[in-house]
Design a protein around this ligand. Structure first.
Ligand code: 4NP
Length: 153
């Protein structure tokens, strides 16, 4: 079965679109067959393009994320995806609270995949300066490599 991965943060305009972009790039490099999407636990930015600072850091790494649009997690995601990965521990708690009884997806914390970073948050850069998005990019890139290793690439 083709694995499918949903990355989830709070707003789906900063961290999870970058996780989606980094993992798409890593999967493409390795020729990995995987479906990839992202969503937010909150719905305030549904329909919005990624934050300009997130678009800028992705562009600096050669990836255009301007066409992505924010959406809120929905009940069907818990059966549609094989893996749902939260960007921070609060997102994971919110996912567990929203998990329907028929859920089949494996829920986890993204940085649990990275040795030495278990239990940690990909820090929310939204209220920080643009340099915080470089830290986000570094974190999601490490996780993307670890996830590709895990999924057999
Ligand atoms: P994200 O960042 O969860 O990484 O997309 C945020 C985006 C928007 C808000 C908070 C965090 N907000 O409060 O609107």
């Amino acid at each position: 079965m083709t694995p499918s991965v949903l990355f989830v943060c709070l707003g789906n305009i900063c961290r999870s679109p970058l996780a989606e972009a980094a993992f798409r790039a890593e999967a493409a490099r390795r020729g990995l067959d995987v479906e990839i999407d992202s969503a937010g636990t909150g719905g305030w930015h549904a329909g919005d393009a990624p934050d300009r600072r997130a678009q800028a850091v992705a562009r600096r790494h050669g990836i255009d994320i301007s066409g992505l649009r924010g959406r809120q997690i929905e009940a069907g995601d818990f059966t549609r995806f094989t893996h749902i990965l939260a960007l921070d521990p609060q997102n994971l708690r919110d996912l567990r609270a929203a998990e329907p009884s028929d859920a089949t997806a494996e829920l986890g914390l993204l940085l649990d995949l990275v040795p030495g970073r278990e239990g940690q948050a990909v820090r929310d850069p939204y209220y920080d300066g643009p340099e915080a998005f470089d830290v986000t990019w570094d974190d999601v890139t490490l996780a993307a490599r670890a996830l590709a290793d895990r999924l057999g690439g």
